[in-house]
Design a protein around this ligand. Structure first.
Ligand code: HEM
Length: 219
C-alpha cells in the first residue's frame, strides 16, 4: 500500500523533530526559564516567517495543491504582532531580526514565486507544530511570564476551545488528500526537512544572542 503524504512527512521529520525538542532554546521554554525579552525576541523572529507564509498561501489559495491550506483561522502573524505589542511595546519591530529568520522568510517568498506547490510543507511544519506541541509550550510560557489570564498568548489561541483540534484535523485531511505524484511527495518531504533545519539555525541564532547579552562586555 502507498504511504500517504502525512505519514511520509511525519516519518521523515521524526528525528529532526526530536532534535529540536532537545534544543537549548526549546528546553529553556519547556523548563519555564524563558525571560520576557528572550520570548519577545523569539516572537519577533517568527513574525516575518508567518507573514511570508500567510501571504504566500493567500496568494495561491486557488492552486490545486494548496486549496486546503489557506485557513485564515490558522494565521498567526497578526496574533504574534498583538502579543509583541503587549509584551514589549509598539517598538517591537526594532528588536533584532536574525539572518536565519530573514533567510527563512525570503525562502518562503521565493517558493511562492517559483514552486508554490511546495508551500504545503511549510504549512505542515509550522501549523501542525503549533496545533500539537504549541499547546504544551503555551502553558510553560504562561507560567514563566505570569500570563495566566491569556493576554500575551494570542499566538496559541485559535478561537473556540475545539478549534485547534478541528484545524489540525483539516490540515491533516488536506495533507492526506493532496493529489501528489511520488516525485512531488518526495520534494514536499525534503522541503519540510529543510523547514525543520531552518528552525535549528534560527534557534541557534537566538541562543547566540541570549548568550551574547548575558556575557560581560570585554575591556
Ligand atoms: C518544545 C518543543 C516541542 C514540543 C514539546 C513538541 C511536541 C509535539 C507533540 C506532543 C506533538 C504531537 C505528536 C503526535 O501527535 O504524535 C508534536 C507534533 C508536531 N510538531 Fe512538535 N514539539 C516541539 C517543537 C516543535 C518544533 C520546533 C517544530 C517545528 C519547527 C514542531 C513541529 C511539529 C509538527 C509539524 C508536528 C506534527 C507531526 C504530525 O502529526 O505529523 N515541533 N510536537
Amino acid at each position: 500500500m502507498k504511504t500517504d503524504l502525512l505519514t511520509r512527512l511525519r516519518q521523515a521529520t521524526a528525528d529532526v523533530h526530536a532534535e529540536l525538542e532537545r534544543h537549548a532554546l526549546m528546553q529553556r521554554m519547556l523548563g519555564g526559564a524563558m525571560s520576557r525579552p528572550d520570548y519577545c525576541l523569539y516572537l519577533r523572529n517568527l513574525h516575518p516567517i508567518y507573514a511570508a507564509l500567510e501571504a504566500a498561501l493567500a496568494r495561491h489559495a486557488l492552486h490545486p495543491q494548496l486549496a486546503g491550506f489557506d485557513l485564515p483561522a490558522m494565521h498567526r502573524a497578526e496574533a504574534i504582532a498583538e502579543d509583541l505589542v503587549l509584551l514589549c511595546g509598539e517598538g517591537w519591530a526594532s528588536l533584532t531580526l536574525t539572518p536565519s529568520a530573514e533567510a527563512y522568510a525570503c525562502a518562503v517568498t521565493t517558493l511562492a514565486d517559483e514552486r508554490p506547490e511546495l508551500l504545503g510543507a511549510h504549512a505542515y511544519v509550522r501549523y501542525l507544530g503549533d496545533l500539537s506541541g504549541g499547546r504544551i509550550v503555551r502553558g510553560r510560557i504562561a507560567g514563566a511570564l505570569g500570563l495566566d489570564a491569556g493576554a500575551g498568548l494570542a499566538f496559541y489561541a485559535f478561537g473556540e476551545p475545539d478549534n485547534a483540534s478541528l484545524l489540525a484535523q483539516r490540515l491533516r485531511r488536506a495533507l492526506k488528500a493532496l493529489p501528489v505524484t511520488d516525485g512531488l511527495a518526495g520534494e514536499l518531504v525534503d522541503e519540510a526537512v529543510r523547514g525543520f533545519d531552518r528552525h535549528r539555525h534560527l534557534f541557534d541564532d537566538l541562543e547566540g544572542l541570549t548568550a551574547a547579552a548575558q556575557s560581560p562586555a570585554v575591556n
